[in-house]
Design a protein around this ligand. Structure first.
Ligand code: FE2
Length: 223
């Protein structure tokens, strides 16, 4: 069910308390996936106000605009029009994919947010083998985040050919593609932090690790 159809906060809370897999597409149309937690559940690291706007406005707009672009693409036989629509499809479809992964990348502290995996975990072993420790990995990702000019994302990915971990930056809403499997993505767009952290985005990059869902990252790593 699209978030925009839910008119009452009670209905919204009821929907958001339901755990389910991201419903990225339904009946050929993209739809906003359910959240596994309330908007305020990531505080104090990410404010409820940011979460509500980010999810109900920004992500919803990517979903709507992607669906509109796809409808236009399918309704025309003009090759030039189809080619021109591809950048819109990439931007809004990418925004939808990226945010659907991002919500699952996060978890409230009481639901395991920020909790590192133990030393037996295959992902822990891969992180230690490549970066030395979680702290060093987080430092390397934060360095990449700080290097983003304008809007974009930093991702910890697994190269499906080699099995190696890598850190990659993506501009705007370009999604992770090719051989890379996205494990953890951090949204470096201003809309993700500005209401709370203003111009000090480095504080947002430090704080968000308190609510990163490493179990979800490992699930993707092992898939
Ligand atoms: Fe975002």
């Amino acid at each position: 069910m699209a978030m925009s159809l839910l008119r009452t906060s009670a209905a919204r809370r009821a929907m958001m308390s339901t755990r389910s897999s991201p419903a990225v597409f339904a009946r050929g149309k993209a739809t906003l996936p359910d959240l596994d937690y309330d908007f305020g559940a990531l505080e104090p690291y990410i404010s409820g106000q940011i979460m509500e706007l980010h999810y109900t406005k920004h992500h919803q707009t990517y979903v709507n605009s992607y669906n509109t672009a796809i409808e236009k693409f399918e309704s025309t036989s003009d090759v030039r029009a189809k080619v021109e629509l591809q950048s819109l499809i990439n931007f809004h479809g990418g925004g939808h994919l990226n945010h659907s992964l991002f919500w699952k990348n996060l978890a409230p502290r009481k639901a395991g947010g920020g909790e590192l995996l133990d030393s037996k975990s295959p992902l822990t072993k891969a992180i230690q083998g490549k970066y030395g420790s979680y702290d060093q990995l987080i430092g390397a990702i934060n360095t990449q985040l700080a290097a983003i000019q304008g809007s974009g994302w930093t991702w910890l990915v697994k190269d499906s050919n080699s099995g190696d971990l890598e850190i990659i930056n993506k501009a705007n809403q370009d999604p992770v593609t090719g051989p890379y499997i996205p494990l953890v993505g951090i949204d470096a767009w201003e809309h993700a932090y500005y209401l709370q952290y203003k111009n000090v985005k480095a504080d947002y990059f430090k704080a968000i690790w308190n609510v990163v869902n490493w179990k979800e990252a490992e699930k993707r790593f092992l898939a």
